[in-house]
Design a binder for this molecule. Structure first.
Ligand code: HEM
Ligand code: NAG
Length: 326
């Protein structure tokens, strides 16, 4: 009798431990309802901020999409890209691939609104993931769910920024994306982000004088870009920029793929995707399938938003996105 009661107690204890472990595990995973108790309006607050900014400056939404990519592929989506360099400590923002990143002010504005409503609750990594999602939607892409609960990193090192250059060979870029769990097709879909926003001439001026691994640029585009850019390199603040998709620079659509197939794209690595055997079929498919592109682009953005996130007690929830709490 005593042993039976004892084993029932043991079994109950085991069940309780299992339950607690399960709760801890789900408590740590990202969850769309993560802020249901601590900041129920978090998504609306970020959305309102983005919407307001978008109507005064449509170039911000593309910048936010790029900012998410540059955050998530370096140390995961931990807002490490948002840390501002100081005279004593450098940060990812000082690295060459991040030289023309924009949109920090939009994240700061969203974060200020979040702090006013629910101090200390919502991480900068979540604010950025939500802002990028809203950017996709404001640019006409499909809305997607963003699971929440990312924590902010406590490290941001310019030497860790290994983002590919626009003149990288596509083989290397595909390996780089594969190492982060993205197939060649998903990589092609994410490249489709280059249907919004634009690039400074310094990213492609060298292509205007001759063919490269991307092949030759369409002659009309090449002449237009020589007019826009001139032949000599200029400092970033005076360097002209051009839209990737001049017809609809602020619309998420599949124009990018048709541009690739007619040699009318600015970046060398993008152009190479039109002919590389691992990507060319996907480029042709998405050029012909606008609906499939919109769907898959949002799925790929959702996946990007979950890359290497910090959860549970890792990291911190920053008070100000551009600096660590301590
Ligand atoms: C091999 C991969 C990639 C390379 C080499 C690359 C390179 C670049 C370069 C050089 C620019 C122009 C920056 C400037 O001169 O101002 C740019 C802009 C942009 N990139 Fe990428 N990119 C890549 C992948 C991606 C991915 C995966 C995304 C998002 C999912 C993305 C989103 C954007 C957006 C939206 C812009 C326009 C930004 C603006 O208008 O402010 N890129 N990219
Ligand atoms: C694109 O460029 C390649 C060479 O780089 C050429 O073979 C092809 O015909 C061009 N396509 C178009 C549509 O101009």
């Amino acid at each position: 009798m005593v042993t039976m009661v004892g084993s029932v107690v043991v079994i109950r204890l085991l069940l309780m431990v299992q339950l607690l472990l399960a709760m801890a595990a789900t408590g740590e995973a990202l969850d769309t309802a993560y802020y249901a108790a601590t900041c129920p309006d978090a998504e609306a607050i970020v959305h309102n901020t983005m919407e307001r900014l978008h109507y005064t400056d449509p170039t911000l939404a593309p910048a936010l999409i790029r900012l998410l990519f540059h955050d998530c592929f370096v140390r995961g989506c931990d807002a490490s890209v948002l840390i501002a360099p100081t005279p004593r400590y450098s940060s990812e923002r000082a690295a060459i691939p991040n030289y023309a990143l924009r949109g920090f002010g939009a994240v700061d504005a969203a974060k200020r609104a979040l702090e006013a409503a629910c101090p200390g609750a919502v991480s900068c990594a979540d604010a950025l993931a939500l802002a990028a999602r809203d950017a996709v939607e404001l640019l006409g892409g499909c809305r997607y769910d963003v699971a929440l609960g990312r924590r902010d990193g406590t490290r941001s090192d310019p030497w860790e920024v290994d983002l590919p250059a626009p003149f990288a060979r596509l083989d290397d870029v595909l390996a780089y994306f594969a190492a982060r769990g993205f197939s060649a097709e998903e990589t092609v879909v994410l490249f489709g982000a280059h249907t919004v926003g634009g690039a400074h001439c310094s990213s492609f001026r060298y292509r205007l004088t001759g063919p490269d691994s991307g092949g030759a640029m369409d002659e009309t585009l090449r002449r237009d870009m020589l007019d826009t850019c001139g032949a000599a390199d200029l400092p970033l603040d005076t360097d002209p920029a051009a839209f990737f998709d001049p017809d609809t620079p602020f619309t998420v659509d599949n124009n990018y793929y048709a541009q690739l197939m007619s040699n009318r794209t600015l970046l060398q690595v993008d152009q190479e995707a039109a002919t590389h055997p691992d990507t060319a079929p996907h480029v042709a498919y998405y050029a012909a399938s606008p609906g499939a592109f919109l769907q898959r682009f949002s799925e790929a953005m959702a996946k990007l938003s979950n890359a290497g996130v910090l959860e549970g007690d890792a990291g911190e929830v920053r008070k100000v996105c551009s600096r660590y709490n301590t």
